[in-house]
Design a protein around this ligand. Structure first.
Ligand SMILES: CSC[C@H]1O[C@H](OP(=O)(O)O)[C@H](O)[C@@H]1O
Length: 368
């Protein structure tokens, strides 16, 4: 995607064929900077510290983290230790486990002499596939937005989104924002309500940054405004991303998504989830029971960072020193509140039959 006229991906390989560069998302929107990852440990820290974030991008970064590990030491135990370190960074997005398993299984089956090159090639393939998947999600989702526009006879289509599921959550294009980019570029009149998304404010800082750069009309709103907007007919559809979707269509996404789904259901607003197939966990059905919900540092709730008048990025305390806080990173929206899933293979019902029709080869793996 373009930033000030220049095309970027969120992650790319250095010309030296070894180091990996990423956009540092902790500084956006106030500062655009990149970080260089030169070891598996640095890749793990970049994921844990949310320098990179978003299920598809976490997966791609994990894949490159194993490639960096294989440069350091191609032995089985070293690769397995690097995989464990990378997997432990963040528990919820299933893309991380999916990408690590895909690369490590390839490496451990290969001769030692081939492992490093194989790892980099597979990581690059994962990144390339993600970009193509997200663009296809954009095309499939843009058709839904165009249908709403047709029914509104050219009036602006108002879309609400939560957190950041734009190109910054993936390698490019993104998931929930990809249909918005494709529809806007096709000339559909649309406007996006951007949930700020406490406590890390991915909406206010990242989605707003993306939409501003893409020239898409948008309005940042407090998380708690979504119900009011939907109650007053100000939202035509909701599109969000997913960090892990079960084979039965339960969707785990950023904390607060479930509340938006309840408000949408109550007000008859279509609620779509955009995701690549790599975000489906085919081994589980019940998302509320089986998806691990990351709990991050309470400091992300008790403090907030932003840009001071003098341009410095500062962090300030929001809450009394004596008040404890807890910081749940995700919640699960049961499939009955999801209108449809927008994937790279098409749009389907949020159900085992819906997903099974699009991914028939995946229906085997399952545990009660
Ligand atoms: C589809 S990936 C985008 C997804 O990831 C975000 O979580 P985080 O910023 O903590 O990585 C959020 O759940 C987005 O919907």
């Amino acid at each position: 995607m373009r930033i000030e006229g220049r095309d970027y991906k969120t992650i790319w390989l250095d010309a030296d064929g070894r180091r990996v560069h990423v956009v540092d998302q902790t500084l956006l929107p106030h500062r655009f900077a990149t970080r260089t990852l030169a070891s598996a440990g640095e890749a793990a820290r970049a994921i844990a510290d949310m320098i990179v974030r978003g299920a598809p991008l976490i997966g791609a970064t994990g894949a490159y983290g194993l490639a960096l590990a294989a440069r350091e030491n191609v032995g089985d135990s070293y690769i397995e230790a690097a995989r464990a370190e990378l997997l432990a960074t963040r528990p919820t997005a299933v893309n991380l486990r999916w990408a690590l398993d895909r690369v490590s299984s390839l490496l451990l089956a290969a001769p030692l002499s081939e492992r490093s090159a194989l790892a980099y090639a597979e990581a690059a393939r994962i990144a390339e596939e993600d970009e193509a998947c997200c663009e296809a999600i954009g095309v499939n989702g843009a058709a839904i937005i165009a249908g709403v526009a047709a029914r509104k006879a050219g009036d602006t289509v108002n879309i609400l989104t939560h957190c950041n599921a734009g190109w910054l959550c993936a390698v490019d294009w993104g998931t929930a924002l990809a249909p918005i980019y494709k529809a806007a570029r096709a000339g559909v009149a649309l406007h996006v309500y951007v949930d700020e998304t406490r406590p890390r404010n991915q909406g206010a800082s990242l989605t707003a940054f993306e939409l501003l750069n893409e020239g898409v009309a948008h309005t940042v709103v407090a998380d708690n405004a979504g119900g009011h907007l939907m109650q007053h007919g100000m939202v035509d559809l909701v599109i969000v991303g997913s960090d892990r979707t079960t084979r039965a269509g339960d969707v785990c996404n950023k904390i607060g998504t479930y509340l938006k789904a309840l408000a949408a259901h109550e007000n008859g607003v279509p609620f779509y989830v955009a995701l690549p197939g790599s975000t489906v966990d085919w081994s589980i059905r019940d998302g509320v029971k089986d998806i691990p919900i990351e709990e991050r540092s309470p400091r992300e709730v008790t403090h907030i960072s932003g840009q001071a008048e003098n341009g410095d990025i500062v962090e300030v305390r929001l809450t009394p020193k004596g008040s404890p806080a807890r910081n749940f990173g995700f919640d699960v929206t049961p499939s009955r509140f999801v209108t449809a899933l927008i994937t790279e293979r098409g749009v389907c019902e949020a159900s085992e039959s819906g997903l099974g029709a699009l991914y028939p080869e995946k229906l085997g793996a399952f545990r009660e």
